[in-house]
Design a protein around this ligand. Structure first.
Ligand code: PLP
Length: 357
């Protein structure tokens, strides 16, 4: 069936078979059948993330984990890296939860470095550090492994929360290798599913912290979510069962490709896009810190991105304009999820033709 091919950083293309999985008949969310489905999903996610941490899926988009961080993890004060629109949201959400939070601001397009984090942690008493691994607005990939290592070495009691919404499932992310306490994502990006679910890996330390922090709310209570799974192997509230079917099916496909295989496919697309961008334009992110899943390209030729998208739409394609204040100054290609390097070459061929490159 003809449809628009989405080269935006989410929602992304969903395979027709995966879409079809959502049309299964409903089952009760307290039935043995659902328990089996959910246990299978947790098992597959645990395998995919190669983790011994706890794993869960919530019926809410990824932002819920920013609220969970604010409500269940930050005890007294958090440090939040701010390097673009989504990391700004993380900072603001923690503040909206009534917690003290200091922004660690870096210029958009630049990455947050371990020494910047350490230098802040040495100045004050922080109990949480929150960083966005893949800043979807700027296309910057923050060095989470190095930051996690530094925090773990110098401040082992600090809980390290990482937003991997636009990278997990594409980029190669193993919680234990990154020293993350919470690593969360959404289904509509590299997992190539419809929007509506979030996925997270969380450590025993994160869970212990949640048990010590009052006012966790209901839907956002990490301890209650964990305890309910422990008792019933189900979700505390009614989940989106249709999406769970799709996730279960998609995880089989993802495991078959393997996490490393997916990473290599995403990296190949990223490298091809960067070479194309550097030939005709320039990359917006600091060199060496470019995302593997979304390329933010500096519009050095002053092309009309909105007009390009109108032309692309006639050919059933869509890319993303720059985000917020970066609109028209940059444009973004979300090479994530189902797409392959050959698909990417077709997209770039169309852009070349429309812009006469
Ligand atoms: C890095 C990042 N964090 C958070 C979000 C918000 O995710 P959701 O819309 O699933 O709540 C997005 C969405 O694009 C994102 O790119």
């Amino acid at each position: 069936m003809s449809h628009k091919r989405l080269w935006i950083p989410g929602p992304t293309e969903v395979d027709a078979e995966v879409l079809r999985e959502q049309t299964r008949w409903m089952i009760g969310h307290r039935s043995a059948e659902y328990t089996k489905l959910y246990e299978g999903i947790i098992d597959k996610l645990t395998k995919y993330f190669q983790t011994k941490q706890n794993v869960c899926t919530l019926t809410a988009s990824g932002t819920i984990w920013m609220d969970i961080t604010g409500r269940c993890i930050v005890k007294k004060k958090a440090l939040a890296g701010v390097c673009g629109a989504f990391s700004k949201r993380m900072y603001q959400t923690i503040a909206d939860c009534g917690k003290e939070v200091k922004p660690l601001d870096v210029k958009w397009g630049r990455a947050i470095k371990p020494e910047m984090v350490l230098s802040e942690l040495q100045k004050d008493e922080y109990d949480t550090v929150a960083i966005v691994q893949n800043e979807t607005a700027t296309g910057v990939r923050n060095p989470i492994a190095e930051i996690g290592k530094a925090i773990n070495r110098e401040f082992p009691d600090v809980i390290f929360v990482v937003d991997a919404v636009s990278s997990a499932g594409g980029d190669y992310l193993v919680p234990e290798e990154l020293n993350t306490d919470i690593l969360f994502t959404s289904t509509q990006k590299c997992f190539a599913l419809p929007p509506g679910l979030s996925i997270a890996c969380y450590s025993t330390a994160a869970l212990k912290r949640a048990g010590e922090v009052p006012g966790r709310g209901h839907y956002t209570d990490l301890k209650a979510i964990h305890d309910y799974y422990g008792k019933k192997h189900q979700n505390p509230t009614t989940p989106n069962i249709s999406l769970m079917y799709a996730l279960d099916y998609q995880l089989d496909r993802m495991l078959k490709e393997t996490p490393k295989g997916r990473y290599e496919r995403h990296l190949e697309m990223a490298e091809y896009t960067r070479a194309w961008a550097r030939k005709h334009f320039d990359m917006f992110p600091e060199k060496g810190f470019e995302s593997v899943t979304v390329s933010t390209i500096e519009n050095t030729r002053g092309e009309d991105v909105a007009e390009l998208n109108q032309e692309l739409a006639k050919r059933d394609y869509q890319i993303a304009n720059g985000y917020g204040e970066l609109k028209e100054k940059t444009f973004r290609i979300g090479h994530m999820g189902e797409w392959t390097p050959d698909d990417l070459k077709s997209l770039l061929w169309h852009i070349d033709e429309i812009w006469g490159l």
